[in-house]
Ligand binder design. Structure first.
Ligand code: ADP
Ligand code: MG
Length: 685
């Protein structure tokens, strides 16, 4: 067995379990080892009811006076048990676990453990874990890994597989040069790997994590440098000059470009016509108007006789782009043929799309990553634009280069990172920044309120919808339990229907819907047919429905600030005043402070830096920024210092040994190769 072995090489992992692992992005034993815990459970002593604190995971000793109650509520079976201690009450609730009526014996004493919440003045725990006092005693003070899961894949299964993999692969050779390890005071690789999954003591975690974060950044930067060298020498094979079309589009728009958009467009034009192939990142906060800039570049490419591709991270976004591109083209009277290519199209539709791409009929091709799959042959690809890059990965370029294509690349990102970090992270790209919002925008009005305010929020929604606008409602989060996501959305929607004016058209959206269903819902929402959209965070990236003016987020305390900022970016995209309501179920002080940052600023850069200050570096248990770039453990904000150190070490190393030819660098070279291969493989999934 080695790190490239498939998951089925592990004992007890058959095809079925392997398929579940595949769903969380784990296909090989090596990927399993870097499927790091999201956090850890520390089993602390049970507390008395008087010491319960909301929004914390705590354990209590509970005496079951009677059998739990169980009743149907919509699609859910709700099982409840109330505990009492010296006149204080704690209400326990489980969803879809009616069998607990047999598990919990009247007269028995149990340890219940879960997140403490307060609703309508009542203390409660949802989905608490249940232990016998003896079992809990054994867990006391240990740290157990918590892994990201999917329906059918339990934490136990993951932990068992990881344990086995660690045993079978014991003692991989250290691959970092001794010098770097000493200089940076980094833990040994095997120790780090073991400790991150199964820390023997809390003190081991920080050094273990630091080592793995360093590795991740270090390999990423080395790969990036190699790529940069390859692309820097690349001549511009597709010279693109601005003709008349971009100007036609501009004069047909109901607005003028902002100064920042104009400046970035100039930078792009210079690249497209220059001596070298373009590799440019356009950074701009949500709503700064990146799409139109991309479209200008696509038009220039088309007019110069090249095909241009626009890739989005999700189908919903791809479809939305396709639609707005068509509308804009129509608006300026250009008859260019566009083609949509996404994973959920039928085989026949795909074949037709391939055909039109191959014979060059398609001038602008819009799609998801299906666009760079084997089967797509381009007629004359000159420009690739990728939108919301943090969900996409830098590696599509390698894929295209494999096909002998060297198009210009434009990467659009709304991720607010400081320039110093951007230079490291996008070392292979030139950077443009759109640092100005369209002038017709009114700043979004925010409020952070507790749940008692919900009825007011609903009245407010009715008023906005009554005035012809639309609203998003982000559903409460079901922690650690993806299985409940669907029921939760359906359930919440039902409740909302009862609370809002019955004439309001409501629909819901969640991550497990088929792409075609999601598309349909989004299209109906965009067309104004749906007035209130209940959704999980699947709407967070890029969706553009300018008529939506309210974003209401339930359980705002459970989200990272960057993610909340993205969500908020879905409104305030048109002329009308927009509002964002963050509902928080927590009266925890720290949580309130975090949300206050959002309340007082609409500036992504500022929010990211304040969030960082509040959390401090190395905050192991903090809320992670949502899926930034492709890092599994490193967080470019909180680990900025490690990122800089890794970057310096990489530069030093490559200066000394650019080809990694020295004998002491062979282990590293091998590791880097594996890293790149994994990346390429992941891209083609
Ligand atoms: P993002 O940068 O988040 O991708 P979009 O490109 O989706 O933002 O643009 C957001 C909205 O702003 C769109 O409805 C777009 O038509 C509009 N828009 C873009 N540029 C301008 C501008 N200069 N003035 C006014 N509105 C603009
Ligand atoms: Mg966008």
């Amino acid at each position: 067995m080695n790190t490239a072995s498939p998951m089925t090489a592990l004992k007890g992992v058959g095809d079925k379990t392997a398929a579940l692992f595949h769903r969380v992005g784990v296909d090989t034993v090596g990927e399993l080892l870097s499927y790091y815990p999201r956090t850890y459970d520390t089993y602390e002593k049970p507390v008395t009811f008087a010491n319960l604190e909301t929004d914390r995971v705590q354990a209590v000793t509970g005496f079951a006076r009677r059998m739990p109650d169980s009743k149907k509520a919509g699609r859910l079976t709700v099982t409840t048990l109330t505990l009492e201690e010296f006149g204080m009450y704690l209400h326990l609730t489980w969803f879809n676990m009616p069998f607990l009526r047999n598990t919990i014996q009247p007269g028995g004493t149990y340890i219940f453990r879960g997140r403490i919440q307060k609703k309508k003045g009542r203390l409660l725990m949802e989905q608490p874990e249940i232990y016998s006092p003896a079992d809990y005693e054994r867990l006391l003070d240990t740290m157990q890994p918590i892994y990201g899961l999917t329906a059918g894949l339990s934490g136990k299964t993951v932990a068992k597989a990881v344990r086995q993999a660690l045993e079978e692969l014991s003692m991989e050779p250290e691959f970092l040069p001794e010098e770097i390890r000493r200089e940076q005071e980094l833990a040994e690789y095997n120790f780090a790997l073991r400790s991150i999954h199964f820390p023997v003591k809390k003190e081991d975690l920080l050094p273990a994590r630091r080592r793995l974060v360093f590795d991740e950044f270090f390999l990423f930067i080395l790969a990036l440098r190699q790529m940069r060298e390859q692309t820097e020498q690349m001549e511009n094979e597709c010279p693109i000059r601005e003709g008349a079309w971009a100007g036609r589009l501009l004069s047909s728009l109901p607005y003028a470009l902002t100064g920042a958009q104009e400046r970035v467009w100039q930078e792009i034009k210079a690249d497209l016509a220059g001596g070298r192939v373009m590799n440019r990142l356009v950074q701009g906060d949500v709503g700064s108007g990146k799409t139109v800039v991309a479209l200008l570049a696509l038009l220039a490419a088309a007019e110069s006789g090249y095909q241009g591709a626009l890739m989005a991270p999700t189908e919903v976004l791809a479809r939305q782009h396709a639609q707005s591109v068509e509308e804009l083209l129509e608006g300026c009277g250009l008859e260019l043929s566009t083609v949509l290519l996404t994973g959920s199209m039928t085989a026949k539709e795909k074949r037709e799309a391939y055909e039109r791409i191959r014979d060059g009929e398609a001038a602008i091709i819009i799609g998801t990553h299906a666009l760079i799959q084997e089967k797509v042959e381009f007629h004359r690809l000159g420009l690739v634009v990728t939108d919301e890059q943090h969900r996409f990965g830098v590696r599509q370029r390698e894929r295209l280069a494999d096909k002998g294509l060297h198009p210009h690349v434009l990467v659009m990102s709304a991720t607010p990172i400081p320039r110093t970090l951007a230079i490291i992270l996008y070392g292979d790209l030139d950077i443009s920044v759109i640092d100005e919002m369209p002038a017709n925008r009114l700043p979004i009005k925010n409020c952070v309120v507790d749940e008692s305010w919900r009825p007011n929020a609903y009245r407010f929604l009715e008023r906005e919808i009554g005035a012809g606008h639309q609203a998003y409602i982000i559903c409460p989060m079901v922690e650690e339990n993806p299985e409940l996501e669907l029921e939760n959305v359906v359930d919440y929607t039902e409740k909302l229907r009862k609370s809002l004016d019955p004439s309001i058209r409501i629909a819901y959206l969640h991550g497990k819907m088929k792409p075609a269903e999601k598309n349909e819902i989004m299209e109906r929402f965009a067309a104004g047919e749906i007035q209130a959209l209940v959704s999980t965070t699947v709407v967070e990236v890029g969706v553009n429905v300018p008529n939506a003016t309210v974003m209401m987020v339930e359980n705002a305390e459970r989200f990272g600030l960057a993610q909340l900022h993205q969500l908020r970016g879905r409104v305030g995209r048109g002329k009308a005043q927009s509002y964002c309501i963050f509902l928080s179920g927590s009266d925890n002080k720290e949580t309130k402070k975090r949300l206050e940052i959002l309340n007082h600023s609409n500036d992504g850069f500022y929010i990211a830096s304040e969030d960082l200050k509040l959390r401090g570096p190395g905050d192991l248990f903090g809320v992670r920024q949502s899926g930034l770039l492709e890092f599994k453990i490193g967080d470019v904000f909180t680990d900025a210092k490690i990122l800089k150190e890794a970057s310096e070490e990489a530069a030093r190393l490559l200066k000394e040994d650019p080809e990694l030819a020295l004998p002491e660098h062979q282990a590293l070279k091998k590791r880097l190769l594996a890293y790149r291969e994994e990346g390429i493989r992941r891209m083609s999934l």
